[in-house]
Design a protein around this ligand. Structure first.
Ligand SMILES: Cc1cc2nc3c(=O)[nH]c(=O)nc-3n(C[C@H](O)[C@H](O)[C@H](O)COP(=O)(O)O)c2cc1C
Length: 215
């Protein structure tokens, strides 16, 4: 099986589930095969933030509800939803072919588990596998402020090749809406996989800065 256009997206219990769902929508809409996991805490925060209630549903019903939310029911065959407790999932094995994994948003709890290699659920196990196989792992961390434990855990993961991509929106692209801010962060994740997109306006350089601002 080829790894081209196959990747894993996970949503943990940090704030900002909308990032994960926006990424899921982008990849499914662009004909990627997506393995998807949402932690129990991620389900709770998603409910609080987006009103998406996945409680007490079977995996099949959760899957349908998510596809309905994204209006992507026709992409059903490319969307694999895994239970966060299912350590027998394909993505828990290094023999599974994929381009890598995105955790968006990523809690500092999951960061800690990845940094210490505890693999305490399918999300952190899959991330561990991606690191050991030297594939791309992008962690869209959302917390503030950071304590030294968070910072040293992030350094550990970065030293292993993981990309720490904080949910830190910029303003130079002149965002007008919350969706503009979400798109900026999502676009930065896509850049990590070298995927062409135009979901935010790139900085093109400013030749006049010398005249206007520099003394
Ligand atoms: C409403 C809400 C918002 C939260 N936001 C964050 C957050 O932004 N960052 C974070 O690291 N944890 C946040 N948490 C705490 C995590 O959900 C908690 O640490 C959880 O154990 C993470 O587990 P998981 O990484 O397995 O999903 C939040 C919890 C709640 C209830």
């Amino acid at each position: 099986m080829t790894s081209a256009k196959t990747l894993t997206i996970a949503i943990s219990g940090a704030s900002g589930s909308i990032y994960g769902f926006t990424l899921l929508k982008f990849f499914l809409a662009n004909d990627y095969k997506v393995d998807f996991v949402i932690s129990c805490n991620g389900e709770y925060v998603t409910f609080k933030e987006m009103g998406l209630d996945l409680r007490d549903l079977s995996i099949a019903d959760k899957k349908n509800k998510i596809l309905e939310l994204l209006a992507l029911e026709h992409k059903e065959s490319n969307f694999k939803l895994w239970d966060q407790k299912n350590i027998a999932a394909s993505i828990a094995s290094g023999s599974y072919k994929s381009q890598g994994m995105i955790i968006a948003p990523c809690s500092v709890g999951s960061i800690g588990n990845i940094a210490s290699g505890t693999s305490n659920n399918l999300i952190t196990r899959a991330a561990d596998v991606v690191l050991k196989e030297r594939k791309k792992l992008v962690l869209l961390v959302r917390e503030m402020p950071f304590n030294s434990i968070h910072l040293s855990n992030m350094k550990t993961i970065s030293d292993c090749g993981g990309v720490i991509l904080p949910a830190a929106p910029a303003f130079y692209h002149q965002p007008k809406t919350i969706q503009d801010q979400i798109n900026f962060i999502v676009g930065k994740v896509l850049d990590q996989f070298d995927i062409d997109h135009d979901i935010f306006k790139r900085w093109r350089g400013d030749a006049n800065i010398l005249n206007d601002y520099l003394v």
